[in-house]
Every structure is written in C-alpha cells, then in structure tokens.
Design a protein around this ligand. Structure first.
Ligand SMILES: *Cc1c(COP(=O)(O)O)cnc(C)c1O
Length: 722
C-alpha cells in the first residue's frame, strides 16, 4: 500500500547512536560510575521515584548549576566529587538498581496492537515538556505532549514523538521591579543534552531536504530517549543552510510570522520524511495542535509517488491521521494570507497535486472566500479520520467553532469529539504522596491508576498521615519559594525591607494558594487585584495566615499579558502583601512540580469558554491540593460539589460585569469557606474536614484525569489500534 521500503532493511532509527553516546560518556568516567552514563541518556530516571535524586547526590550544587541536566553534571563535576561518588557504595548500588529497572523496562514486550516499532504512532508537536533540562517547551501544550510520550512508555505502546530542536529554546523571564516582563534567551548546546544525532548508513548524520522558502532546507535529526519512547527532534543547524534558514529552528514560537510558518512546514513535511529515512512508516500520525498540519499532505504525496491518484492518496493519508485541537482562542488558530503561504511553501502544493487555490482551500472554513486566511486547524480537521477537543466542554465549543466546515450538519453532529486531558502521575506526584499511596493503594497501583476502584483505598488512609504528607510537601515548596523570592527581589533591585519581608512572611504552615500558568489575558490573573481591598482583607487575617504564590510567562508579543503582574506588584508597599504575595520569575517544569506538590489551594480563573482544558489543577489534585476554579475546561467535568469549589462557568454578555461578579464570588468563597475549613483543626491539630475533602478530590480526580486514562481513550477511540 505504501511505497515499498525493503522489508529487511535495518531500522536506522538512532537507537544505536544513543547507545554509542552513552558508551562514550561512560568511558570518560571512573568505571564504577558507568551506570550513571547509561541512565543519563534516558529520561526514564526522571519519573522513577527511587532515582530522581541519584544525580543530585553526586554534587547538589553542580546539579542546580546544570539545571538538572545529567550529561552536563557528569561532564562538569570536579574529579574530587566524582571520586567521592565512586566511594559511595550505597549510591553506586542505587544506580545499578536503576539501570536494572531501565533495562527491564526496555525489554518488556509491546502492548498487543497493530502498532509496532516499524509502524508506531507518530506524535507530532511543536513543543515537548519532558524535563526542565530540555528547554523545548512553552507551556501546557508541550507539557501534555511530554506526559503522553511518558505514558506511552509506561503502557508499552509503540509511539515516537517528533518535534523541533530549538537552538535557543523558549525565552527565560525576568520581571522588573514594576512587575513588567522582560525576555532573554540562552543557547542550547545539543552536544550536552541527553540526545544523539541519528547517523545514516555511511556513519554521517542522516539528513532530509524540506522544500521551503523557494529552496531546499536540510534538516538533521536528534534522538532523545523518553523511557521506551524515542523523541526525534529536527534541526536546521546544518552547513548546507544559510543563516536565515538555520534560524528556522532557532526559537520556539519565533516572532517572525514567515519563519514561524516555516517551522510548522518543517515539522509537518520534515517529520514524515525523516521517519521514512529511518525506516519508520507510522500507522497513525497524531497532530497535537495544527502546527504539523502538513504531515498528512506529505503522507499523501508519498502515496501518489507509489502510484495512487490524488483522491485515493488523500483518503489513505486521512485514514492514518488524528488531529487534536487545543484552543478556542484566536491567537492559537493563527491565519496566514495567500502571499505568506506562497512565499514559504513555494511549489509544494503542486507536489501534492494541487494548484495554489486548491491548496489554500484546505485551510479555510469557506473554501472559496479568497479573503479568508489559511489556518492549520481546518486543514487538520479536513485531513484527519478523527478530530477532538481536550475536555467535554471544549468538544462542544470546538463543534460550534468549526461548524462552518460542515454547513449541512447541525452543531451537535459536527465530527469533532473530545478526549479529556490527563497528567502523567509518576511525573507529577510528589515523592511523599507517592510513598503514602504506595502503602495504601496496593502493589502496582500506578499501573491501575485509571480504575476507579484503585483509589477507593484513599478513604482508609489515616487523616494524620495524609496531613503529614501535605505538610511535608508544602514545607518543601515554601523553602524553595522563599529562597527564590528573595533572589528575585534582589535581582530586581527592590528595597531591602521588601526583600526581607519575604524571608519573614512566607511560612510553611500557612494556607498556600497557587496561581501559575501562561499569563494570557483570558486567564484573568487580574481578578486577584481588581479590588485590592479584598486581597488585603484576606491577607490581614493575621491569626489565619494565607499566602499567594504566583508564576507564569506571557507570550513575548502579548503586551497586556506582560503587564498583567503589575497589579500584584502594585500592592508591595502594603506590608502584609509584601510578606505574603510572591511572584516567582521564570515559571518552568521545576517550579510547576514544586507548586502543584505543595499548594493547598489551586486557583484557575479563565473567562469561559476559553479554557480548553487546563491541566495544572489535575496535577495539584494528584498531590492532595484542592481546586477553586471557574467551571470551564476540565473542571466543568471534574467538579462534583464535594471535591473542591466551582465558580460560575457562564459565557459573558458583558465581560466587565462578569469580572466584577467573579472576583467577588472568588473572595467570598475564599474567606467564607476555604480559609475556615483549612483552619478548623481537631484536638490533634489536623483539619479533618479539609482532609475529608482532599480524599474526595483524590478519589474522584485521580482515576479520571490520569494520562493513562487519556492515552487509553486515544488508543481505543482515535487510533483504533486494537
Ligand atoms: C501543567 C503546566 C502548564 C499548563 O497549566 P494550565 O493549567 O493548563 O494552564 C503550563 N506550564 C507548565 C510548566 C506546566 O507544568
């Protein structure tokens, strides 16, 4: 059916190249440390509760300086520290045990399905959030993509990820003393990542050409191991390419529109070509958001080369494509006009048997309207066998939104379904919580995390033990937050009194409230300070201390988002606010992990219906945090009255009125329900009512919002692999 690849040709998929890189690193280390080199080249360690501090133990300070990158740690640690590790039998034993677990993990047979190593599910995304040391993610979309690759590994589902290797990654954030966001970038050195260039049969880097901007741009391919799942990253940093073309893989969501479109074309066309060159012929291509939307066209092109006519080729490509849309916000469905598409894609449409007009029609809701821009989302919907939104409510919103694509159908029969997002438990659950559940939920419970019955045993956990875990995780968060807040304030040249207020004010036993996410206007951070008297009032209840930890990045060209923390910073002359409100710069996976682990209350205040899903609230729930959020996205289906607090999810007629109302309700719930419940302590000092709600939250959210449930939904409903 597909253009024949010699059946016996060996897979040139880079696996051996990663093994060789690990071997080369092992040779540079003292012999007893060889297991560390092998572990370092597979991110599997990052979600193994017994291994997460293995590298850190070698040299804790260096580990932070290396931003948790094990390759850099092993190459940059002093020989004195390495020698100390060599003499630490316990540490060596733990590394050997981890290597044993990794080897066993890789040797497990794959899930029985029509997917296989040669014909895996190819998961395409512009960003992947695997670990803080691999800075090729911006936010929720990438973190979800990372969670899916990890869960595919846990389920032994044959999957490969394909993305881009950005040589400067995503921006780093620094807010100034006024609360305005500034951006800077740091070069990423792929030689020092746990990644290896995929080599061709001749031993030189495998490359594929992609027709772009009127010429052929050459890309090479890096392989990163994510447990059993390889992640391939395309990279235009090749001597064949001019400087501007090399810049295509310079920065994630680069500001220049034409270059951004070239990135997406590179991802779509390049991924199919690179996989093919490695001997991989995916049984399904899953487009995670529209960026890789040209992939099914490239699939169709190969079918035409194999002799099929255009309509058969398109049908075959569609049969292999699954498309997930993630956003009802206009900026997430970016449109390109005719000249932009033509200048980036050049002759490519003719290679898939279309003239320019026919090609542009694929990206429009009204194909014959020449003024309608070209958007990847309609392309994805038209070129896929299965399309979905990422929560039940978002499914409804997406059907409404894309109804013009199906003018003959009523909205509720538009063929866009939903698969609600979930989070990868072993990544997001703090170690104390994991240990507690290991004791009460039974052997191998993580493998059964998507069964309702698995979580029943939460009921029987003694309140004191659960409370103890909450206290431990909160204390770890507060320690990090205090340290970072002081460092951030010093960096901003804030007055010393303000710096010291954080040292004094952030305390480990206070009700800790977290708000951390992309600073897009629709997320409504400003509801916290539209009426400053309300937040002051909450903070002033000095016998019942409450503290707010806030973090998040705004897109560099979103001026309103970049200014949005200023309303919080404006409170800093108020002593209580100075002590108990902290904005943590440079939100990333590491800060997220600590915040969702330690916050008692997680808040999300989006303007309905713009939150497609939201996932950070699920992460907080898995750690025993409670949600107080707008009934939009995932929370509209997660909230059941007993497991947290819900704010109205109605769609606004007058957004100003809605904001005033929602801010008032938010503070009412906080002051009248949340704070009293948290501080209602038994004689034993334990807030039994609060813990009862935590248990209901764990039992109801744990099974339904895990990545395991999500990926199994994709396997059954979208990929139809079984
Ligand atoms: C989970 C996560 C997100 C997404 O959070 P939302 O609740 O969907 O806004 C963004 N960034 C990081 C680093 C995350 O871990």
């Amino acid at each position: 059916m597909h253009q024949a690849l010699p059946a016996a040709s060996p897979l040139l998929d880079g696996r051996a190249d990663v093994v060789a890189a690990a071997g080369a690193l092992a040779e540079r280390l003292p012999a007893r440390l060889a297991p560390f080199a092998r572990i370092a080249y597979n991110y599997c360690w990052s979600w193994d509760p017994d291994a997460e501090d293995l590298f850190q133990a070698i040299d804790p300070q260096r580990w932070e300086l290396c931003n948790g990158n094990p390759i850099r740690l092993l190459t940059e640690t002093s020989s004195k520290a390495l020698q100390r590790a060599v003499g630490d039998d316990l540490l060596i034993g733990r590394a050997e045990a981890m290597l044993g677990r990794l080897t066993a993990e890789l040797a497990r047979p794959p899930m029985a399905s029509r997917a296989s190593e040669r014909h895996p599910v190819a998961f395409l995304c512009a960003e992947f959030g695997i670990h803080r040391s691999l800075p090729i993610y911006a936010g929720g979309l990438g973190v979800l993509a990372g969670d899916i690759l990890k869960e595919a590994s846990d389920l032994a589902l044959p999957m490969v990820g394909v993305g881009l290797l950005y040589r400067e990654g995503y921006f780093l954030q620094r807010t100034d003393a006024s609360g305005y966001q500034h951006e800077y970038w740091r070069p990423v050195d792929p030689e020092r990542l746990p990644a290896a260039l995929v080599l061709g049969p001749d031993g030189v880097p495998l490359t594929v050409p992609v027709p772009l901007r009127g010429r052929e741009v050459v890309v090479q391919v890096w392989r990163v191991e994510v447990g059993r799942t390889p992640l391939y990253l395309l990279d235009a940093e090749r001597p064949e390419n001019g400087r501007v073309d090399r810049w295509i893989t310079g920065r994630l969501y680069v500001a220049d529109r034409a270059i951004r479109l070239a990135q997406y074309a590179l991802l779509g066309i390049g991924s199919v070509r690179a996989l093919r060159a490695m001997g991989i012929d995916p049984c399904i291509i899953h487009l995670n958001e529209g960026h890789g939307g040209l992939a099914p066209l490239e699939l169709a092109r190969t079918e035409m080369l194999a002799g099929h006519d255009r309509s058969t080729a398109f049908a075959l490509a569609r049969e292999r494509t699954v498309f997930t849309t993630h956003t009802p916000v206009a900026a997430g469905n970016e449109g390109y006009d005719v000249s932009e598409v033509q200048s980036v894609l050049g002759e490519y449409p003719s290679q898939v048997g279309l003239d320019d007009a026919g090609f542009l029609q694929l990206g429009r809701t009204q194909p014959d309207n020449p003024h309608e821009p070209f958007v990847m989302t309609p392309l994805g919907i038209k070129m896929s066998r299965f399309a979905n939104g990422v929560s039940r409510r978002h499914g409804e919103v997406a059907r409404q939104m894309w109804r013009p694509l199906f003018p003959e159908r009523p909205a509720d029969t538009v063929p866009i379904s939903h698969v609600t997002n979930g989070v990868h438990l072993p990544t997001w659950m703090g170690t104390p919580m994991r240990r507690l559940l290991d004791r009460y939920l039974g052997e191998g419970w993580v493998g059964r995390a998507s069964d309702l019955t698995t979580w029943k045993a939460v009921e029987g956990i003694p309140d004191e033990e659960l409370w103890e875990v909450r206290n431990t995780q909160r204390a770890a968060l507060v320690e990090m937050a205090r340290d970072r807040t002081i460092a951030n304030r010093l960096d901003r040249s804030d007055p010393r009194e303000y710096v010291e207020a954080a040292e004094r004010g952030l305390t480990e036993h206070a009700l800790t409230i977290g708000f951390a996410r992309r600073l897009a206007t629709y997320k409504r951070l400003y509801l916290l300070y539209t009426d400053p008297e309300r937040i002051r009032d909450v903070l002033d209840g000095s016998t019942l201390p409450v503290q707010f930890l806030v973090a998040g990045k705004a897109h560099p060209s979103d001026e309103e988002g970049k200014r949005s923390p200023q309303g919080l910073f404006a409170l800093k002359n108020d002593p209580r606010s100075a002590e108990r409100i902290s904005f943590l710069d440079n939100y990333d996976l590491a800060i997220a992990l600590q915040m969702v682990g330690g916050c008692d209350l997680w808040i999300n205040l989006p303007r309905p219906p713009l939150e497609a899903s939201g996932t950070s609230g699920m992460k907080a729930a898995m750690n025993g945090g409670l949600n107080l959020s707008t009934l939009d996205g995932w929370w509209a289906e997660g909230f059941d009255i007993t497991n947290g607090w819900g704010l109205p999810g109605d769609v606004a007629f007058d957004t100003h009125v809605q904001d005033q109302r929602d801010a008032a309700i938010f503070f009412d719930v906080l002051q009248n329900e949340v704070v009293p419940l948290f501080y209602d302590r038994g004689a034993d000092g334990v807030p039994h009512g609060w813990i009862a709600m935590v248990k209901r939250s764990l039992m109801s959210i744990g099974p339904r919002f895990s990545a395991k449930r999500m990926l199994l939904d994709y396997v059954h409903e979208a990929y139809e692999l079984l």
